[in-house]
Design a binder for this molecule. Structure first.
Ligand code: NAD
Length: 358
């Protein structure tokens, strides 16, 4: 088969980790008889430098002409919060998610056996294993609600951020979570703050309605503060965790830390119809950019998710994941996952070790 993939290399370590991932995808193509055509898409700080805005006109159309989108990372101190919104890389990320209608963000958090020592939790907790999928609503809630900033006569400046959710937005993300659970261990934990927030009470009501439609999937409500605690106390209890945008932003970073390294975890953002976008969960790591130090695994595993979810190529996805496991079992470590005294490989060496195992 032939697939067209949009590549957003982005800023910082983005180009380095995308390069290694392209080489891995090409190796898969050779082995399984597929061809990949790559289209470069300019987005982020590098786009601001080149054309003056971080989200150039036509970006969404370019992505929509492809079967899937792979993003390295965008952002860096050069394009910080002192710059106008249209020059900031974060603006471009929010815009592309919105324009492609990518309302569901899927982040697996898995503790890899070879890296069990890197898990910061108690040994007996790590031994029970961690294999959960965080499903975060991505285009609604407080990050997209109306903002206001105004002077008050007696309290100085006051600001508001509006958190709004509709039944329709909750239902589509909920359905996605229940469908994913059917492909896994058939359990959904829905996270909200229904004891305080009206949006959460609607969230919970819609989730309960959906739970009745999926009687084969176990369901529970979890308050967000309790979820934050349970993730460090007993993460093995979770299979699919579904939550709104801001709670998901925070909890998915927590889930990533308990598995050892931010450099290992992939993600997928999906909508209905438009191409899905795959990216590592980490940022552009400006502190190590251009030094051949970045761990490319999260991006390479993002390509595996692309093969599985956008192209329905599970054998190819399995081959990538197995090659990563083997490279780690052989002892290959980038600096972020190396233990004391362990030899450290660079970005390119790690990429090569993974390709050698395909
Ligand atoms: P970060 O994820 O870039 O870095 C956090 C720490 O983790 C740093 O010490 C970094 O060196 C390390 N790290 C991250 N990825 C790594 C990898 N693959 N291998 C080895 N080490 C890795 O987060 P940050 O420092 O908060 O943000 C840096 C920039 O990235 C900011 O401009 C931020 O806005 C942007 N960002 C972009 C995205 C995205 O593109 N989706 C996501 C988060 C942050």
């Amino acid at each position: 088969m032939h697939y067209k993939i949009a590549l957003i290399r982005g800023d910082g370590i983005g180009p380095e980790i995308v390069n290694e991932t392209v080489k891995v995808m090409d190796k898969i193509g050779e082995k399984f008889g597929h061809t990949f055509e790559y289209g470069d898409v300019l987005l982020g700080g590098c786009a601001t430098d080149a054309v003056g805005v971080s989200y150039p006109d036509g970006t969404a159309e370019l992505c929509k002409s492809c079967d899937a989108v792979l993003l390295g990372a965008v952002g860096g101190p050069k394009w910080g919060s002192d710059k106008p919104a249209e020059q900031r890389p974060e603006t471009a990320l929010l815009a592309i998610r919105k324009e492609l209608g990518l309302y569901a963000n899927l982040r697996p958090a898995v503790l890899m056996p070879a890296l069990a020592d890197a898990c910061p939790l108690k040994k007996e907790t790590a031994e029970r294993g961690i294999d959960l999928l965080m499903v975060r609503e991505l285009t609604g809630g407080i990050y997209f609600g109306r903002r206001d900033r105004y002077e008050t006569p007696d309290r100085g400046v006051e600001c508001t951020d509006l958190m709004a959710y509709s039944e329709k937005e909750i239902e589509r993300i909920g359905r996605r979570a229940f469908e994913m659970a059917r492909l896994r261990r058939r359990k959904v934990s829905s996270v909200d703050k229904a004891n305080v927030l009206e949006t959460s009470r609607l969230w919970r009501a819609v989730m309960h309605r959906l739970a009745e439609e999926y009687p084969d999937v176990a369901y529970e409500d979890v308050l967000v503060d309790n979820c934050a605690m349970q993730l460090v106390r007993d993460p093995g209890q979770f299979d699919v965790v579904v939550t709104e945008n801001m709670f998901g932003d925070i909890l998915s970073d927590e889930a990533s830390m308990i598995t050892g390294s931010i450099g290992l975890l992939p993600s997928a953002s999906m909508g209905d119809g438009a191409p899905a976008l795959y990216e590592p969960i980490h940022g552009s790591a400006p502190d190590i950019a251009g030094q051949d130090k970045a761990n490319p695994i999260a991006t390479i595993l993002s390509a595996a998710m692309m093969f599985r979810y956008s192209f329905q190529l599970s054998a190819e996805a399995d081959a990538i994941e197995a090659a990563v496991d083997k490279a780690l079992a052989e002892g290959w470590r980038t600096a972020d996952i190396a233990g004391p005294g362990e030899a450290v490989a660079g970005t390119q060496k790690m990429g090569q070790a993974i390709r050698d195992n395909i």
